[in-house]
Design a protein around this ligand. Structure first.
Ligand code: GUN
Ligand code: FE
Length: 448
């Protein structure tokens, strides 16, 4: 059962991409897991609810990681010396092949979930590996932690090392159905399956046909990679000579948005035609700036996507991205957009911090439905941030303090976390009743 309660603190959220709303010393209401809005004076009808006070803390919606790879967490910060295709063969496929061993997978995924839980992420869209057992284990651990996630058993039946390559399209489809049936039996609470063809070079035409059938049978959303690296794109052209452009290689199987909620990571080098199709089909772009820098892939034209009305969120893309922090992804998105503006194309103005905040919350959150905001009717995900250790001699506004928390991206500033209306991390408070506090003048805030 989800809780009904009120949080009190300095509340920040984005309702649109240009503005950050800041409510100092205010209240945010959660009613049976649904946000009922932010109030500087608590309405009468909520005054009987339990109130958890976070004096002088900053409270934001939970952050959304629209693209990451759980089995790559263990080699974050290693092997940053290749481009995509060499990097996959040298580091990624050998590591992912270890997840055939349930004991190894258990150890590694426990670390991943603990690390995710320590940060400000409440929702994530996650690649597992091709292994059914290990993928279910990851889903169980995330569900136990109360984190909201889409998790995909990866499909890959060509152009990869034998120890990670599935034995043909039939086998890959059979294992995917087995995985989906086991997911249904387990009845996860906060975790859902998502169809996950790795990328076109690793999926045969026959496999794509099978996945298309499975998608329709089970009504699944889909995640994959798109137009990340120039050599990858040239390879797709060779592998799929009939496809008009990379996205068309998904689209011709009905696996590119429209009725299929779809998130595509990267879109660094999408052509005009591809960009138009992203918009037409309502496909989400997971912008992964750190990964794109690390693998020397390039910098996606996020400003253009936003101006066109394409849906965009942020991804950490671990382990091509070395940080699991979506705060860090926000800072990187702003930084990379500035480099792109100064070095490549000054027609696209750099992203602002308010825009990065929007992408990390409501922008990516839309993939999960009404999430990522404190507006009335949104699922209640919240992160309580304590910045007392980020010392400064001058007075700062709440917005400035939040900006520092983003740039300095340190999980130790996360004091408590709520996902889908439940507290999932941080000390639990014995909540008092709101009625004593609703109209009281702002408590004297003592900053250490
Ligand atoms: N394309 C196919 N697989 C991967 C992966 O694991 N990481 C990244 N960044 N791109 C991919
Ligand atoms: Fe990726």
């Amino acid at each position: 059962m989800q809780d009904t309660f009120v949080l009190k603190g300095n509340i920040c959220f984005s309702a649109d991409r240009d503005h950050l709303s800041v409510f100092e010393d205010s209240f945010v209401v959660c009613e049976k897991g649904i946000c009922r809005g932010v109030f500087s004076r608590l309405p009468e009808k909520y005054r009987g609810l339990p109130c958890r006070e976070y004096p002088d803390r900053i409270i934001i919606p939970g952050l959304v990681d629209l693209h990451t790879h759980a089995p790559q967490n263990g080699f974050r910060g290693l092997g940053m010396d290749r481009e995509l295709l060499e990097w996959l063969n040298a580091y990624t496929f050998p590591e992912e092949s270890r997840y055939s061993d349930p004991e190894y997978a258990g150890r590694a995924y426990r670390i991943f979930v603990e690390e995710l839980q320590k940060g400000a992420t409440t929702r994530a869209v996650i690649f597992a590996t091709a292994h059914v057992g290990a993928t279910l284990l990851l889903m169980e651990l995330l569900d136990e932690a109360g984190l909201c996630a889409y998790v995909g058993k990866v499909n890959m039946d060509r152009n990869c090392a034998p120890e990670i390559c599935e034995a043909g399209a039939g086998e890959s489809a059979k294992e995917t159905r087995r995985w989906l049936d086991l997911c249904a039996q387990r009845g996860f609470r906060t975790v859902r399956p998502i169809l996950t063809p790795r990328f076109i070079p690793a999926c045969s035409d026959e496999l794509m046909r099978e996945l298309s059938k499975i998608q329709r049978e089970y009504g699944l959303p889909l995640q994959s990679h798109l137009s990340e690296n120039r050599r990858e794109i040239a390879w797709v052209r060779e592998l799929c000579p009939d496809a008009r452009f990379y996205a068309d290689a998904y689209d011709r199987y009905g696996l590119f948005g429209g009725d299929v909620p779809t998130v595509m990571a990267h879109c660094v080098h999408s052509t005009d035609e591809e960009t138009k199709l992203l918009r037409k089909r309502g496909v989400f772009v997971a912008h992964c700036p750190q990964s794109n820098a690390a693998l020397a892939s390039g910098i996606a034209p996020v400003r253009r996507y936003l101006d066109m009305g394409i849906k965009v969120g942020l991804g950490t893309d671990v382990a091509a991205g070395f940080s699991l922090s979506v705060f860090r992804a926000m800072a990187d998105a702003v930084q990379c957009s500035k480099l792109r503006w100064s070095l490549a194309d000054d027609s696209l103005s750099p992203l602002t911090m308010a825009e990065a905040f929007y992408l990390a919350t409501k922008g990516g959150g839309e993939f999960f439905g009404k999430t990522g905001s404190f507006e009335d009717g949104y699922e209640f995900d919240a992160v309580v941030l304590d910045d007392a250790n980020l010392r400064h001699p001058q007075k700062l506004t709440v917005q400035e303090r939040l900006e520092r928390l983003v740039y300095l991206s340190d999980d130790r500033n996360v004091e408590a976390k709520y996902a889908a209306g439940r507290q999932v991390a941080g000390k639990k408070q014995a909540a008092g009743c709101c009625s004593d506090r609703a109209g009281a003048p702002a408590a004297e805030a003592v900053r250490k």
